[in-house]
Design a protein around this ligand. Structure first.
Ligand code: NAD
Length: 268
């Protein structure tokens, strides 16, 4: 708003992203393009360099398509700084989005570290595709400030952000995250913390069934993709999409969500 001092608004506009891989560099790119200062953090120096190179290449493509100007590209790049340590990177940030490797033990370790290193007010978001937000939040002393921000690949292009409310996520944090998503020109959709959330709960069984359909020799790969593209108006067939996501990622998502769903049934 007009009332906040420039110093306060600067802090408000500073974000950190953990992980410079496929999703992390896309998330950093998007925030930076909307003029947020972004600290991109990865344990691997090579991943940071590769992440920055990908952002530069994607910005070049946008300049070539006349979607942004050369000056916009330079400004976006100047908004990003890189760090190899969480401790150094996350001070004075309003939000941290974790987009490190999909592994529940690793995420628990990172969230403990974030909880210790971040300011009290900092909101901690995770881009996890399948791990429970409530479970991740439970390792911190601020579960009301932990939320899911599930971006889609490629982040600078895809409009959806699934916003996942954990068991303890506060209304204020939900509002902040929804507003912020709109500010970076995304469409946020609020969902609850169930295995696979909405996107992967529905998408992954479809991909699994498509693979089974090949296995049962119902039709070939191109035929299955064409049926779904022309018959259901999907922009890309499920098998092409599975390759795009990565079959290893699909498998771990299916295994995790079916285990987690079984666990939830036991609790019921
Ligand atoms: P990726 O393998 O491309 O990148 C992960 C990065 O995390 C690597 O650069 C790695 O060095 C870094 N990392 C590992 N441990 C770290 C630590 N302790 N601190 C800082 N960085 C660390 O993975 P990705 O595809 O970008 O996925 C990241 C997250 O986004 C996962 O939770 C995944 O489930 C989720 N996701 C992925 C997609 C997709 O299509 N790839 C879509 C939506 C959500």
């Amino acid at each position: 708003t007009h009332c906040i001092s420039s110093a306060a608004s600067d802090v408000y506009k500073r974000q950190a992203v953990i992980g410079a891989g496929t999703m992390g560099n896309g998330i950093a790119h998007t925030f930076a393009q909307f003029n947020y200062k972004v600290r991109l953090i990865d344990v691997s120096k090579a991943a940071l360099e590769k992440g920055l190179a990908t952002i530069t290449k994607n910005l070049d493509r946008m300049v070539a398509k006349e979607k942004i100007s050369e000056a916009d590209k330079e400004k976006t790049l100047s908004n990003i700084s890189t760090f190899t340590s969480i401790n150094d990177g996350v001070k004075n940030t309003s939000l941290v989005v974790e987009a490190a490797t999909e592994n529940a033990v690793l995420k628990a370790k990172i969230f403990k570290e974030l909880d210790n290193a971040c300011d009290e007010e900092t909101i901690l978001a995770t881009n996890t595709s399948s791990i429970s937000i409530t479970q991740i939040a439970a390792v911190t002393s601020r579960p009301e400030k932990v939320i899911g921000m599930h971006f889609m690949n490629p982040v600078p292009i895809m409009k959806l952000v699934e916003i996942i409310r954990g068991y303890n996520t506060s209304d204020e944090v939900m509002r902040f995250t929804v507003d912020l998503s709109k500010k970076i020109n995304k469409t946020p959709v609020e969902v609850n913390d169930y295995p696979g959330f909405v996107a992967n709960r529905i998408l992954m069984p479809m991909i699994n069934e498509s693979i089974e359909t090949v296995y049962n020799d119902v039709a070939g790969v191109a035929e299955i993709d064409t049926v779904m593209k022309l018959g259901m108006a999907h922009p890309m067939g499920p098998l092409q999409l599975a390759d795009f996501i990565g079959l290893d990622v699909c498998l771990s998502c299916l295994l995790y969500t079916s285990d987690a769903a079984d666990d939830m049934q036991c609790v019921d």
